[in-house]
Design a protein around this ligand. Sequence first.
Ligand code: NAD
Length: 297
Amino acid sequence: MATIAFIGLGNMGGPMAHNLAAAGHRVQAYDLSAEALAHAVSEGCVQAASAAGAVKDAEFVISMLPAGRHVEGLYVSGPEPLLELIAPSALIIDCSTIEADVAKRVCAIAAERGRDFIDAPVSGGVGGAQAGTLSFMVGASAAQFERAKPILDVMGKNIFHAGDHGAGQIAKACNNMMLAILMAGTCEALNMGVKNGLDPAVLSEIMQQSSGGNWALNVYNPWPGVMETAPASKGYQGGFQTNLMFKDLGLAMDLSQQSAAPVPMGSAARALFSLHKAQGNGGLDFSSLLNLYRDSE
Ligand code: NAD
């Protein structure tokens, strides 16, 4: 069993750290939020007084933070840069969703200082984090990937080696841009059908069995009442917040800008989600985009 530092115990990091502790690892946990930290301790983690304390004697350091600036601050540019304090033999696994170029930059600085840093963002949401069924998209060397895999296996079901450093973040941006496009298209088609007299459940069934079938329609139907388990049937609570989809689409736009990859569909999806967020729906599940299309009652 390994000694693992876990930093960032929010909606995702909390249950991920819990799964590692439940598997018998020593999880030295830290979060700026005393509440999140206390919860992790009640779930089997060992409380650290600071991030520096958490990484002491750790063989693996896992971070699950909101954005690139938090990751860069924690490891490189903050008041107590962790890179200096982490044992050179440890493997640093950043699971946050951040800019690919920030991941590459932190990795390069880590390498200069003799530290191994890899990117391993996830898909699967809070439910996947709790169930230990996340998908990990890993940017690392082959040797680093092999070393990380047994630890990631505890928290996830599908562990992909996307490529070299930064590739995990690129895969994540591509996936979530695709998801946003699929959700917008699904909302658009369902609304048009209903406005023309179709029952949303019947139309959903037809499209699922036809060439319009896709993940947003098949397992995450945005129309309330069609799929009991979907956030749409629970007032768009839980699930994946519009705010997070907006953030991820920003990362995808950055990537398209840097590489001159044309993304007209992704840009349209970003415009839709930004409007939806501006109208006060940031905290709702992203499938609530449907309300942008529906006639107000
Ligand atoms: P969250 O806001 O619930 O948790 C982030 C935690 O990090 C907070 O508890 C915060 O206090 C802590 N934190 C911030 N800076 C810190 C620092 N310097 N030191 C210690 N703790 C610090 O966010 P989340 O939903 O858990 O998301 C985390 C990451 O996972 C994000 O990058 C997000 O894009 C990604 N993600 C989220 C989901 C989801 O459904 N929530 C799904 C896939 C990926």
